[in-house]
Design a protein. Structure first.
Length: 442
């Protein structure tokens, strides 16, 4: 503990010398600024577990005076200048990662200030400012090749969408059996994660089932290694969703990521910037990308299919003999995941009308009308956030494979994945466009 405190004070001294501020005041100023912006933007602060006295609330009279964009932007610019000065100093790898993380997070806070003051961005501009990444364009020809492959797997009369809908209905988890299936998936994901990662001894979660939400599931991190995982039951849930959501929201996804950041950085190093999680920020890109990629580390090869056949299918009252074909369809549908970004970009940039975006989703993402409408509701609420799931997974996967090296063992890939979860990271850094980390986790 003594070495950790000394290290934190040394870093704080470097930042303070560059900024002329008190130790760790840059991180504190960033947290307080994010909380202040969040007071004018419900839902912007996804999680906060820092000092309660830093929480900002405004009564109606303050809110009626309007959003103080100029004042908040001046605060952000002042922090930015201090961080730029700190970045020019001689820093260790971890110190440099910390400063770069704060700089990118601050860019996103500024973008939120601009958005709240009425400024409009294109989809790609918004994605770069908020998430430090821009999704490449995927031509429809690539989706058409996958659709042709699905046509061969699901032959018959009617449209492919109709055949796919009929096929997927056979794999819906009955609502009364959903808690048992999801609990079993969570338990297995947790067991496998603990084989690879040491988590805080007090970590825990609570699963709840909700309705009338624009998302499929959500992790609400409460601090002290505790999460509330909500599962939206508006739409029927297929059998493959149990593992996907359990891993993504829980283990080794959001719950693990937040618990490790709290343990290793907030408590271990005294870095207060990780006590706040602005939803529209590069941290979400890392969170969603690692949560999606982590599923493949957790269940390599055919292990996911075998677990579903042996445990989840019987719990759901479904026939395991049909699991292989469903898994093949699931993998093919995964190749269409970028189609949603193309529709979202066109719709939010007003190059596609609502009905055109819905048709695109139905034709190239093979979403039925109900799911396509849910997608549009998500875009309206969260806009370019959609890039975090697909592009985030792509960049995390590429980084792990590149850093692990050709032919790397599963154990080595887990080590690299753990580094991402326990050190300050930015999307551009993982993509090889920014600061890199040369040390392993300490």
């Amino acid at each position: 503990m003594k070495n950790t405190i000394v290290f934190s004070l040394v870093l704080a001294g470097c930042l303070a010398a560059a900024a002329g501020q008190s130790p760790d005041s840059l991180a504190e100023s960033y947290v307080k600024l994010a909380l202040e912006v969040g007071a004018y933007s419900p839902g912007y602060i996804d999680a906060y577990y820092g000092p309660k006295e830093w929480i900002v609330t405004h009564d109606d009279s303050v809110l009626r005076r309007g959003f103080p964009a100029t004042e908040l932007r001046k605060k952000a610019d002042a922090i930015g200048r201090s961080l730029d000065a700190a970045a020019r100093r001689s820093l260790s790898d971890m110190e440099r990662l910390r400063v770069e993380f704060l700089r990118k997070q601050l860019v996103a806070v500024k973008a939120q200030i601009d958005t709240l003051s009425g400024r409009k961005f294109t989809f790609d501009q918004e994605s770069r400012l908020f998430y430090d990444a821009v999704a490449p364009i995927h031509p429809r020809e690539g989706f058409e090749k996958t659709i042709t492959a699905l046509e061969a797997v699901l032959p018959g009369p009617g449209s492919l969408q109709e055949r796919l809908d009929a096929f997927r209905k056979k794999y819906v988890i009955p609502s009364e059996k959903l808690p048992a299936v999801f609990d079993a998936a969570l338990a297995e994901c947790r067991r496998r994660t603990l084989e690879r990662i040491a988590l805080p001894a007090n970590e825990s979660f609570k699963a709840e089932y909700v309705k009338d939400k624009p998302w499929g599931a959500y992790n609400w991190y409460k601090g002290n290694a505790f999460s509330v995982i909500e599962v939206n039951t508006d739409l029927p849930m297929q059998i493959d969703s149990a593992v996907r959501l359990a891993a993504h929201e829980g283990y080794p996804g959001h719950h693990v990521y937040n618990a490790l950041l709290e343990e290793k950085l907030t408590r271990g190093r005294g870095w207060m910037e990780f006590t706040v999680y602005p939803l529209f920020s590069p941290q979400s890109f890392i969170a969603e990308g690692t949560a999606n990629f982590g599923i493949d580390l957790l269940f390599p090869g055919q292990e996911r299919l075998e677990f579903e056949k042996k445990v989840l299918y019987p719990l759901a009252g479904l026939d395991p003999a049909a699991a292989d074909k469903y898994d093949r369809v699931r993998r093919l549908l995964g190749a269409l995941r970028h189609a949603e970004i193309e529709a979202a970009r066109g719709f939010l940039d007003k190059k596609m009308k609502r009905d055109e975006a819905l048709r695109w989703l139905e034709q190239y993402a093979l979403e039925n009308p109900e799911r396509a409408s849910k997608s549009l509701a998500f875009w309206n609420a969260y806009r370019s956030y959609v890039v975090n799931y697909t592009l985030g997974e792509d960049i995390v996967r590429a980084y792990v494979e590149r850093t692990s090296g050709p032919g790397a063992s599963l154990e080595r890939k887990w080590q690299v994945f753990y580094e991402i979860l326990t050190t300050p990271r930015t999307p551009s850094g993982l993509a090889g466009l920014g600061v890199r980390h040369k040390e392993g986790p300490r």
